[in-house]
Design a protein around this ligand. Sequence first.
Ligand code: UDP
Ligand code: MG
Length: 160
Amino acid sequence: FLPRLMAALEQVDQTYIMVKPDGVQRGLVGEIISRFEKKGFKLTGLKLFQCSKELAEEHYKDLKQKPFFPAMIDYITSGPVVSMAWEGIGVVPSARKLIGATDPLQAEPGTIRGDLAVQRGRNVIHGSDSPENGQREIALWFKEGELCEWTPVQEPWLIE
Ligand code: UDP
Ligand code: MG
């Protein structure tokens, strides 16, 4: 059991998940957190947060040249977001699957965007697209001391 658990824990990654202002305004925070909890990922950071234009622009810096960039920055800064760090084996691609396609009309039913949104410009949630970006974004959105290391009691029931 122990060697297999150790091997499994080596593949552990972190992802930055954010309920965008429309998700907060529409009362979807609990529903969204539930989906990640039920899947079996570990929450290591959580806060309601009004972000600055500067932070939003840094977070989305790779999209700076896109035509939708200014509207998207207005959207992300239009109200509080819920910032989360989640940890688990393969959490980055798995969270992207739970979230669904960028365009909610293309997102599969059963995904967060597929079930809860209709437009790319109001797609309720963000999730990191690589483990490297997971680290980068968590460092960007959380200060030292805001993240918790802990061991959920359910761990042996999730990871063999
Ligand atoms: N976005 C938009 N119009 C587009 C493409 C993207 O408003 O044509 C917004 C959308 O909210 C998306 C965000 O920009 O979630 C970041 O785009 P990305 O391609 O990284 O999509 P994601 O990784 O969020 O699925
Ligand atoms: Mg993206």
